[in-house]
Design a binder for this molecule. Structure first.
Ligand code: TXA
Ligand code: MG
Length: 348
């Protein structure tokens, strides 16, 4: 970080794009909104600025960054010629929650962006404010999720402020993000396109445009595609132990167990499930809304809320079927739980 000095972190509104862009042009860091989660922006062509991103997040430096663009020409400037499938995907889904990995022209981007790989990840986010910010800055922006490394990704400007205040120049605040889980990462540098990280765009949506893609959707969260370097690190983890609870009948047992514990327990379920429960006094409820869509939107916010309450030692969370956005939801939940499912025989 520039000195070890704490800086003032400005909150920019969407009518202050010029001010936010000026910071980026000077090599400073500004968090930006997207339809998935908030990103931590820096000029992708400025090595010193990119290095600060790793420092501010506490992120391992072998974990490459997504390059956010406002037009396809910028991708073509850095990447080798795009395949027909890639062009179709871009035409259909950009701007939107799809990150595409392409082979680079040699030396096109700094190894601090690529983690030393011969590829880079590109994405055009569906946020008018952020597209304007990129255009105004005049450079593509690297943008990992704007959380401290290992913590849940931020879905509100307030989450970014909580993790990074004093370490970054500003946050462009455009309210809550739409999807709440990160983009789908698709590797286009291999013969068959491969999903490296399930995300807000479903595998079914991808396959409807380019046919079969390689993915591990049937083993969601249980196996990993280690090729996305970021997938091997501890992720989305609050300090409390998260348990995945697989069925409503398991919840009944889990709540009985929770009532006997000497500490507080957090409960993250949809309204429908919650209405059927008798909550013990030491259990605090966070609503996941109506369905898997709202649950994906609210998952990280709930984990963060409970993380701010040190009395809560355990968080019980609802599982969903791994279809559509449920693949991404279960992937993130399983990671935050370290794959731990509630099992009454094991827990006592
Ligand atoms: O929705 C999103 O994708 C958000 C918003 C801010 O755009 N960004 C985000 O970035 O989630 P990050 O850095 O938290 O996750 C990027 C993932 C990591 O798992 C990283 O390892 C992988 O993409 N990745 C980036 N470049 C790669 C490359 N060249 N090859 C393989 N994986 C790559
Ligand atoms: Mg991240």
């Amino acid at each position: 970080l520039k000195g070890a000095l704490m800086m003032k972190t400005e909150i920019y509104k969407t009518d202050q794009i010029k001010e936010a862009a000026a910071q980026l042009k000077q090599g400073n860091l500004v968090s930006f909104p997207t339809e998935t989660v908030y990103g931590l922006g820096a000029d992708a062509t400025n090595v010193e600025a990119v290095k600060q991103v790793y420092a501010a997040k506490g992120r391992p430096s072998d974990n490459p960054l997504i390059v956010h663009v406002a037009d396809v020409q910028t991708v073509e400037k850095y990447a080798l010629p795009l395949s027909e499938k890639a062009q179709k995907l871009i035409k259909t889904f950009w701007p939107g929650p799809l990150t595409l990995i392409f082979k680079l022209k040699p030396g096109a981007l700094s190894s601090h962006v690529t983690g030393g790989l011969e590829t880079a990840a590109f994405r055009m986010p569906a946020s008018e404010a952020t597209l304007s910010l990129i255009r105004e800055a005049g450079v593509p922006l690297v943008g990992p999720s704007a959380n401290t490394s290992g913590k849940p990704s931020p879905t509100l400007a307030m989450h970014v402020y909580h993790d990074l205040k004093g370490k970054i120049a500003g946050i462009l605040d455009d309210g809550p993000t739409k999807f709440g889980v990160e983009s789908t990462v698709l590797d286009m540098s291999t013969d068959t396109p491969t999903v490296l990280r399930p995300g807000a765009l479903s595998i079914e949506q991808l396959e409807s445009v380019i046919g079969e893609v390689v993915s591990n959707k049937h083993h969601v969260g249980l196996t990993e595609v280690p090729k996305a370097p970021g997938m091997k690190y501890k992720h989305y983890a609050p300090s409390a132990q998260v348990y995945v609870v697989d069925s409503p009948s398991d919840f009944k047992i889990a709540l009985e167990w929770a009532g006997k514990q000497p500490y507080k327990v957090g409960l993250m379920v949809t309204e429908k499930l919650y209405k059927g429960f008798d909550l013990p006094q030491n259990v605090e409820f966070f609503s996941l809304g109506q369905d898997v869509q709202t649950a994906s939107h609210l998952l990280f916010a709930g984990l963060r809320k409970f993380d701010d309450e040190p009395e809560i030692k355990v968080i019980l969370t609802e599982a969903f079927d791994a279809n559509g956005i449920g693949v991404a939801y279960m992937n993130r939940l399983n990671k935050s739980a370290g794959q731990t499912h509630f099992n009454v025989n094991k827990i006592n």
